[in-house]
Write a protein that binds this ligand. Structure first.
Ligand code: TGC
Ligand code: FAD
Length: 392
């Protein structure tokens, strides 16, 4: 039975949004409803990234949405967040693709790039004509990227890159990779490089067998003596702080995305519970234990909405700290995963079938809980912020 999403707003959250913000939300919602929802289960089954949506999403201004100039939409952070919410209501893998393109590739070019790099990449990336990926994680360095082994050596007017990156979203479909490497001639300082993926020595290999984010491409990258011109260095990047600044942008979007996934799960579980009858011909929604689950879900979604909206308002005033973003990412992804598990339970056996989106969201959210800083790493970031003590 097809259940159409009806939106989720328990306390008049809509009234906290401006007309422009609601317009962005509603436009994104319609796009997802019309274009992603009809194909997502097939994509998930087949492990297929819906590439046909890349250009249409560019036309709607989804890529680099909060950047100014270069054809970008110049949205506020709250508007950008609402786009992420709607994308992840459809599927975390598609939100992932947009997050990487926007927050992890266009943002570093915008923040650390030269004028030439910005002109060369941003307008084409905004339209979805060129795609990017972000290589920070390595096989032996996930939560602690400062240990990375990838190296860049300066030889004449070129850099030569060697190393491996692992678990890279959009790796094999990217035209350009933002690669973070230690520069040997600069005391192993971490810097960012733009590496065109057709350069000799660069190789991307997809990771198969994922039970999560099946509609998103995830790859391993290897670089063996990849020569790039010195002009491919992101000149204003320097130190681990630079990739972490990119992660702030992406983590913020994920915090909104968690709300979207949770809304999808809650609304589906609620509608199902009102229709499904068990014992004395009563809907299961009339049983107290089912109501407890629905109450937990709407309660946590509502708290998560208020949390991420406040972080967005702070971000629009340039006052959001990394610890605020960590709290929103940590809380909202955890909450969404719990909603997916609880919602799946409410649907009984039907919950494990891909006719309903619950199990897909649950599987996706397991990755979202791990990437962009695991749940526990965000616990420690918040712990460091409140105690002043680094427990990593
Ligand atoms: P630490 O010494 O604490 O910090 C190094 C420098 O960075 C500064 N800093 C930050 N700056 C901006 N934003 C942040 N969030 C920052 N956190 C720290 C810090 O002030 C310092 O600056 P300076 O000037 O003193 O040099 O670094 P550490 O090595 O102890 O590590 C800290 C830790 C553990 C929090 C960090 O390494 C971390 O966040 N680890 C998690 C790694 C992670 O999130 N990886 C994500 C990879 S990308 C990804 O998953 C994409 S998924 C894409 C998708 O599909 O959506
Ligand atoms: P580990 O760091 O090995 O952690 C394993 C466990 O140990 C976790 O539970 C962690 O919380 C815990 N742990 C680690 N250190 C501590 C500590 N000090 N204290 C307490 N507990 C600790 N990376 C990119 O660079 N680009 C991408 O595009 C990208 N896309 C991804 C897409 C997918 C689908 C996935 C699954 C991952 C992606 N990643 C990407 C990688 C992701 O960022 C890492 O998986 C993540 O940072 C965690 O690293 P790890 O998997 O090596 O786990």
């Amino acid at each position: 039975m097809a259940l159409k999403f009806r939106g989720v707003d328990f306390i008049g959250f809509d009234a906290l949004l401006s007309d422009d913000e609601r317009l962005v939300r509603d436009t994104s919602r319609k796009f997802i409803e019309d274009n992603l929802i009809p194909i997502i289960e097939e994509c998930n089954r087949a492990g297929r990234f819906p590439r046909e949506l890349v250009k249409p999403m560019g036309e709607l201004g989804f890529y680099g949405a909060s950047l100014k100039g270069y054809g970008c939409a110049g949205m506020s952070n709250v508007e950008y967040g609402l786009v992420m919410q709607e994308l992840e209501r459809g599927d975390s893998g598609v939100r992932s693709f947009v997050s990487v393109q926007s927050a992890l590739v266009m943002y570093p070019i915008y923040a650390f790039g030269s004028d030439e790099q910005k002109q060369a990449w941003l307008p084409a990336m905004q339209k979805g004509e060129k795609l990017g990926c972000f290589g920070l994680t390595e096989p032996d360095f996930g939560s602690n990227p400062s240990g990375m082994r990838t190296r860049a050596r300066k030889i004449g007017k070129e850099y030569v890159l060697n190393g491996e990156k692992m678990w890279i979203t959009s790796g094999s479909i990217a035209d350009v990779a933002v690669i973070w490497a230690k520069v040997e001639d600069e005391d192993n300082k971490i810097r960012g490089f733009l590496v065109e993926t057709d350069r000799p020595g660069f190789h991307a290999e997809d990771i198969h067998g994922k039970w999560s984010l099946r509609a998103s491409v995830t790859s391993g990258l290897s670089m063996q003596d990849v020569h790039i011109p010195e002009s491919n260095l992101l000149p204003k990047s320097g130190g681990l702080k630079s990739p972490l600044m990119c992660l702030n942008q992406a983590r913020y979007g994920i915090a909104w995305g968690g709300i979207g996934a949770a809304m999808a799960c809650y609304d589906c579980a609620l509608q199902y519970a009102q229709l499904r009858k068990q014992f004395h011909d009563k809907p299961i929604a009339s049983h107290q234990l089912v109501q407890e689950k629905l109450t937990w879900m709407i309660n946590e979604i509502t708290k998560g909405q208020l949390l991420v909206l406040q972080v967005g308002r702070l971000k629009d005033q340039d006052k959001a700290g990394a610890q605020h973003i960590s709290m929103a990412k940590r809380n909202n992804v955890w909450m969404a995963l719990e909603c997916a598990r609880m919602g799946r339970d409410v649907l009984g056996a039907n919950g494990v079938a891909d006719e309903y989106p619950l199990m897909r969201h649950m599987m996706n959210l397991e990755s979202v809980k791990t990437y962009e800083g695991t749940h526990d790493i965000h616990t420690l970031i918040i712990g460091q912020s409140v105690t002043g003590i680094d427990a990593f």
